[in-house]
Design a binder for this molecule. Structure first.
Ligand code: KIV
Length: 272
């Protein structure tokens, strides 16, 4: 059964979320996840950029379409890219409508707390469901060493609670909380009336999200501490490519079973 926004409530069953940028990944993750996020992390993971600031509307729509048409079960959320919603609520509304119409996704996500509450309210008031994102907001980080745990001092922690309350009042249906210490994640989750989805925010949140390529060992470089790598596919892929290169060089690939033989009815020969 296709997930609906109304299914996203706080209860004792943790909400399973992952990112997806491509049709095959969406198909594999769909039946195991409640929500798939077409994150602007696509710009780093698939395009080799150093920051999510490099994602743009065209990139998000292209990947959003591929994912939305490939998933039948999970709720599909597409990130609003840097520069597409911060100027005015009207700009945000126009771009959110564009994303929803072009991709056929179920909701958009945008980064920011109290300062984005007005924009979130306008989107939700126009029937565009919004997933909020507070704590570490990668679109504000311009260099790879700018990724830091948030809310460590009292002031910052209080501000994050205000931010969570502001996005909730504005109508967000759930909120991503990124890179905060466990006690603060616990305070945010117990005070929230919408589900909290943690990434680097401990097991106390109502759900979890990771970048799929990070948990599969497909991202190059060392992943953040909060990532558990469930597989190390990058090593397997490189080994397979190395073997292919060797086979081509010593002519053991293509083998006879990969080769079309001469035949009288070649027109009927199927390529597959
Ligand atoms: O872009 C992204 O992948 C995200 C996450 C919450 C993982 O925003």
């Amino acid at each position: 059964m296709k997930k609906k926004i109304s299914d996203f409530i706080q209860n004792n069953t943790p909400i399973v979320c992952l990112t997806a940028y491509t049709a095959p990944m969406a198909m594999m993750a769909d039946k195991h996840c409640d929500l798939l996020l077409v994150g602007d992390s696509v710009s780093m993971v698939l395009y080799g950029e150093y920051t999510t600031q490099k994602a743009d509307m065209e990139m998000m729509i292209r990947h959003g379409k591929a994912v939305a048409k490939s998933a039948e079960h999970a709720l599909i959320v597409v990130d609003m890219p840097y520069g597409s919603y911060e100027e005015t609520p009207e700009q945000a509304l126009q771009n959110a409508k564009w994303i929803m119409e072009e991709t056929n996704c179920d909701a958009v996500k945008l980064e920011g707390g109290s300062e984005q509450a007005n924009t979130i309210q306008i989107l939700t008031g126009n029937n565009i469901p919004v997933m909020a994102h507070i704590g570490l907001t990668p679109q504000s980080v311009a260099t790879p060493d700018g990724y830091r745990v948030q809310g460590r001092d009292n002031e910052a922690a209080k501000q994050l609670i205000k931010d969570m309350k502001a996005v909730e009042r504005a109508g967000a249906f759930c909120v991503v909380i990124e890179a905060v210490p466990e006690p603060l994640a616990a305070a945010l989750t117990s005070q929230a009336n919408i589900p909290t989805i943690g990434i680097g925010a401990s097991a106390v949140c109502d759900g979890q999200i990771l970048v799929t390529e990070d948990m599969l060992g497909l991202s190059l470089g060392k992943p953040p501490k909060f990532v558990k790598q469930y597989a190390m596919f990058a090593d397997n892929i490189e080994n397979a490519i190395q073997t292919y290169a060797k086979d081509v060089k010593n002519r053991t690939f293509p083998a006879p079973e990969n080769t079309y033989k001469a035949s009288n009815n070649s027109k009927k020969d199927k390529a597959a």
